[in-house]
Design a protein around this ligand. Structure first.
Ligand code: SF4
Ligand code: SF4
Length: 295
């Protein structure tokens, strides 16, 4: 404690610190007493305690953010292993790597369990806290609708339904080690790795990519405002092709509809929402674009 620090202020800080420690222990799923956690980082926490009046330059929020970050680091130092709490599985599903190819061979994963993110598609980039176009193609396990949780997470007890055969990224997940790199870009599994030998289907997928790439889709949307809507026909043609390819492979090739987000990525019509647009159908069956009021 700082020698000028008022004892009552210090006592208040210690009480609040114990509450914060209790909360951190709960979130990190570590079963020790708050005092044990505090003692493990005592010197640092004393440094972070509020300074006497007139000497403090930090806001209360900044102080408690620093304290919490230090407590979280201390908690992970006391628990440097996975306790299978499912928290990382609730934040999102894994991206598949080339090493995960065997999971399809031995039936752990099927085409209906995954979807493709295509180059240029808007994805959330945690490092910059916002959406940006993906530079690469990659495959992910599907997530539970309206949540980010992996579809293999058992909701009632947070266990993994395929734990013994979980993908590589899940095995590498170490919440106690935030600097760890989960994936190198040359490890990413792609549709080509899995589907190149499927003949006609692979040819259709490539044709779809030629006509409906996310780069072209984004360019057409940008052109809409530049041309004051004059080029909307080209965007509607692209949306129609994306729709008809999916319809064709189901009706003519007998492909299961649940495989389509893997073969062709998610429908372009769903992606319109990223740009504040949506597709609507007229009574005669034709389509038009309108602003998405939910944006
Ligand atoms: S790695 Fe994931 S499942 Fe394991 S303890 Fe950390 S958050 Fe929980
Ligand atoms: S596959 Fe299992 S371990 Fe991996 S994110 Fe999904 S639920 Fe979690």
């Amino acid at each position: 404690m700082d020698k000028d620090f008022n004892k009552a202020d210090w006592d208040f800080f210690v009480v609040a610190l114990k509450e914060e420690a209790r909360d951190v222990l709960w979130s990190v799923k570590l079963d020790v007493e708050p005092d044990t956690l505090i003692k493990s980082a005592l010197a640092d926490l004393q440094e972070l305690a509020p300074k006497p009046e007139g000497l403090e330059t930090r806001s209360q929020e900044e102080i408690w953010k620093q304290v919490r970050d230090r407590l979280v680091a201390a908690a992970y130092a006391l628990r440097p292993h996975c306790v299978r709490c499912g928290t990382c599985c609730e934040k999102g599903s894994p991206t598949l790597l080339k090493q995960d190819r065997d999971l399809f061979m031995n039936g752990v994963l099927t085409p209906s369990d995954i979807f493709a993110i295509r180059p240029g598609e808007q994805v959330y980039i945690p490092e910059i806290y916002q959406n940006a176009p993906s530079e690469k193609e990659f495959l992910k396990i599907k997530e539970i609708s309206d949540k980010k949780a992996c579809m293999f997470l058992e909701e009632k007890d947070k266990s993994c339904k395929i734990y013994g055969s979980r993908p590589t990224q899940c095995r590498r997940q170490e919440c106690w080690n935030p600097k760890q790199t989960l994936t190198a870009t040359d490890e990413l599994l792609t549709r080509q790795d899995l589907l190149e030998t499927t003949g006609d289907l692979w040819a259709i997928i490539q044709k779809h990519e030629d006509r409906c790439s996310h780069q072209d889709f984004t360019r057409e949307i940008a052109r809409l405002s530049a041309t004051k809507g004059q080029t909307v026909g080209e965007l509607l043609n692209m949306l129609a092709f994306d729709y008809h390819v999916r319809d064709f492979v189901q009706s003519k090739l007998g492909i299961n509809g649940a495989f389509l987000d893997f073969f062709f990525g998610r429908p372009l019509s769903q992606m319109l929402a990223h740009y504040g647009l949506k597709l609507e159908e007229k009574e005669d069956g034709s389509h038009f674009l309108t602003m998405d009021d939910n944006d």
